[in-house]
Design a protein around this ligand. Structure first.
Ligand SMILES: Nc1ncnc2c1ncn2[C@@H]1O[C@H](COP(=O)(O)OP(=O)(O)OP(=O)(O)O)[C@@H](O)[C@H]1O
Length: 507
C-alpha cells in the first residue's frame, strides 16, 4: 500500500496527498542486461532493446507499437505495476489491442545483483510517474449485478476487468448483488476503513443504490467523502462511466479506476412525501422520464426505444403541466459558459471542492441538513411557484452525458454546487422539436433559443392535471408526486480521468 494513504486526523482529508512530486529525477535510465535500457521519458517509458530486431530477450506478448526497430514506448498511463524479485525486474502494463480494449501484459528483464539498488530506485520513480496523483493498490469492493445490461456483467468482469485490477496489485473483494436494493444494504454495512473504492459492474442503478446506502448511515458524510464510487460499465445505461472516463468499455474503465483521481461529486437530496434520498445523475418529469420508463415493453428495440418514445411524444405535442419553484444561481447562457470555462483551468484542491462544514457539525454526522426544507414545508423564502401549463420537458442533470451521444447538460460540472436545469415548452413546432433531438447529438442543443438552460441550487415541482405520469430519478421510477431537490456541493466522491471536469464536450 502506498504510504500516502494515511488520513489520520481530518476524516475529510483526501487520502491521496495533494502534492506534486517535484524531486529532480537524476537517474532516468536503467541498464538491464547487456543490450537493453529502460528510460523514463516525458509521457512514456521507453524500452530500448537490441533484441527487438531479432525478437529475442523481450518476454511479453510483444504487440507494442514500435517507434523504431529497437525502441518501444509504453505510456505511463498504461503502466500498472513494476517490481523486482529473484528472476529480475517485471513491468506490468495495459496493452491496447483495439480502440476499446486493453489487456494486461508484461516485460521482464534480468537485473545484476550489483544493480538491484539502482533498479529499486528506478522502479519507485517509474511508479511515481505512472500513478502521479492517483492512489496505488486501491482496496476495491467490487459489486457485480448478474442481471445488469444483457446479463453478462460477470463475464465482463472476469474477462476484461479483473485481470487489470490484479496486474495493478489492487486488493479486491468481490460480491454479487442478489436482489433489488441489495447494494443499498451492502453500502449501509460497509467497513469504510477497509476500502478506498466501491466499483459497480452494472448500469447506473447500482451506483445510485451505493450513494443512498452510504447516505443512510449515521456517518454518511464521512462515508461519502472517504469511499469513492465508480462504475465499470456493464449495464444498459452507463452514463457515469461516459462522464467520468469517456468510455463504455469495461477494460478501459478498469484502467481508469486504477489511475483515477479522487473527485468530489455534488449530490442532490430529493424529498418526496416523507422520504429523503440522494440522486447523483438526473431528475426528469415529462417527456424524458416517460420515454424511458413507459417504453419498457419496447426493450426489444434496444437503445432506439428511448428515441422512439421521444419522437412519438414530440409529434403528439404532449405537455406535462406543473407548478415549479426554482432557486436560480445563474440564469443566462453566456454567464454559464464563462462559469464553465473558468473551471477548465481550475486546479483547486480536492478538500476545497467540498462544502465547508459548519464549525458545530461533527465530521461523523449523517447527511447535511436541508437548507430549503422538504417538499412538505412552506416554500422557502424568496421562492415562487410559477405555473407551467404547457411544459414539454423538465430535465435536471448533475452530469453531462445522459447516455452515449446524449450530451443534454454540456455545462454540467462535477462539483460547482449547481444542478443544471433544462426546460422546454411543449408547444414548440414539430420541426423545432425534431431539430432539438438532432442538436443534442451534434452539440448545438445548448444554444437553441427555445431551450431554457439554468444553473440552480434547488427546485420544487408539483405535477398537475395528470392522473398518472412518470418521474425518473437517476433512471429509476419514483411515485408520480411532487418532489423537491437541493444540491450538496461535493458531498460524494468518485474517481475521474481529469479530477475536475466531465469528459463530454463542454460549452
Ligand atoms: N440479483 C438481482 N436481481 C434483481 N435485480 C437486481 C439484482 N442485482 C441488482 N438488481 C437491480 O437491478 C437494477 C438495475 O441495475 P443496473 O443499473 O446495474 O442495470 P441496467 O442494465 O442499467 O438496468 P436498467 O436498464 O434496468 O437500469 C438495480 O435497481 C438493482 O437494484
Amino acid at each position: 500500500m502506498s504510504s500516502e494513504t494515511s488520513t489520520i486526523g481530518d476524516p475529510f482529508a483526501d487520502p491521496i496527498a495533494e502534492v506534486t512530486r517535484t524531486e529532480p529525477i537524476t537517474e532516468t535510465t536503467l541498464i538491464v542486461g547487456r543490450n537493453a535500457t529502460l528510460t523514463l521519458g516525458t509521457d512514456s517509458l521507453i524500452v530500448l532493446d537490441e533484441g527487438f530486431a531479432k525478437e529475442r530477450g523481450f518476454r511479453c506478448c510483444d504487440l507494442l507499437p514500435s517507434n523504431s526497430k529497437n525502441t518501444r514506448p509504453i505510456p505511463f498511463h498504461n503502466v500498472l505495476w513494476a517490481n523486482i524479485s529473484e528472476p529480475g525486474l517485471t513491468i506490468w502494463f495495459a496493452q491496447q489491442t483495439s480502440k476499446d480494449f486493453v489487456q494486461p501484459t508484461f516485460i521482464s528483464y534480468s537485473v545484476e545483483k550489483t544493480n538491484s539498488l539502482a533498479a529499486r530506485t528506478w522502479i519507485s520513480k517509474l511508479l511515481d510517474r505512472s500513478y502521479s496523483k492517483s492512489q496505488r493498490q486501491k482496496r476495491i469492493k467490487v459489486l457485480i449485478n448478474p442481471f445488469g445490461g444483457k446479463g453478462n456483467a460477470q463475464k465482463l468482469y472476469s474477462r476484461d476487468i479483473e485481470p487489470i485490477f490484479t496486474a495493478a496489485q489492487s486488493v479486491i473483494d468481490v460480491e454479487r448483488t442478489q436482489y433489488r436494493g441489495h447494494a443499498v444494504e451492502i453500502a449501509e454495512n460497509l467497513d469504510i476503513e477497509a476500502y478506498d473504492v466501491v466499483a459497480c459492474c452494472s448500469g447506473d442503478g447500482l451506483p445510485h443504490e451505493i450513494f443512498n446506502g452510504l447516505g443512510n448511515r449515521k456517518d454518511a458524510r464521512k462515508a461519502l467523502s472517504k469511499v469513492a464510487i465508480v462504475q465499470l460499465p456493464c449495464g444498459t445505461g452507463n452514463a457515469m462511466s461516459w462522464n467520468l472516463n469517456g468510455t463504455n468499455s469495461p477494460s478501459l474503465a478498469a484502467l481508469y479506476v486504477v489511475k483515477g483521481i479522487r473527485t468530489p461529486l455534488d449530490l442532490v437530496s430529493i424529498t418526496q412525501t416523507n422520504r429523503r434520498f440522494l440522486s447523483f445523475l438526473s431528475q426528469s418529469v415529462g417527456i424524458v422520464a416517460e420515454s424511458d420508463l413507459a417504453t419498457e415493453h419496447l426493450r426489444w428495440m434496444g437503445e432506439n426505444r428511448f428515441t422512439y418514445g421521444i419522437l412519438v411524444r414530440l409529434l403528439r405535442k404532449t405537455v406535462y403541466p406543473c407548478d415549479l419553484a426554482v432557486k436560480v444561481t445563474v440564469e443566462d447562457k453566456q454567464t454559464i459558459r464563462q462559469h464553465y470555462r473558468q473551471e477548465l483551468d481550475n486546479r483547486e484542491l480536492v478538500s476545497s471542492r467540498r462544502a465547508q462544514l459548519a464549525a458545530t457539525e461533527s465530521a461523523n454526522n449523517g447527511l447535511p441538513p436541508l437548507k430549503f426544507g422538504t417538499v412538505g414545508d412552506e416554500l422557502p423564502e424568496g421562492w415562487e411557484l410559477v405555473p407551467y401549463d404547457t411544459l414539454g420537458n423538465f430535465y435536471a442533470g448533475n452530469m453531462a452525458w445522459m447516455a452515449a451521444n446524449a450530451n443534454f447538460f454540456p455545462a454540467a460540472l462535477p462539483n460547482d454546487g449547481n444542478i443544471d436545469l433544462v426546460c422546454i415548452d411543449g408547444h414548440i413546432s414539430r420541426i423545432t422539436a425534431l431539430k432539438s433531438i438532432a442538436a443534442v447529438e451534434s452539440g448545438a442543443f445548448y444554444d437553441m433559443e427555445h431551450v431554457s438552460y439554468r444553473k440552480v441550487e434547488g427546485f420544487r415541482i408539483i405535477p398537475r392535471d395528470q392522473k398518472n405520469g412518470y418521474i425518473s430519478i437517476d433512471g429509476e421510477k419514483v411515485p408520480f408526486e411532487p418532489f423537491q431537490a437541493e444540491i450538496h456541493r461535493g458531498l460524494g466522491t468518485v474517481l475521474s480521468k481529469s479530477g475536475h471536469i466531465y469528459e463530454a464536450p463542454g460549452v
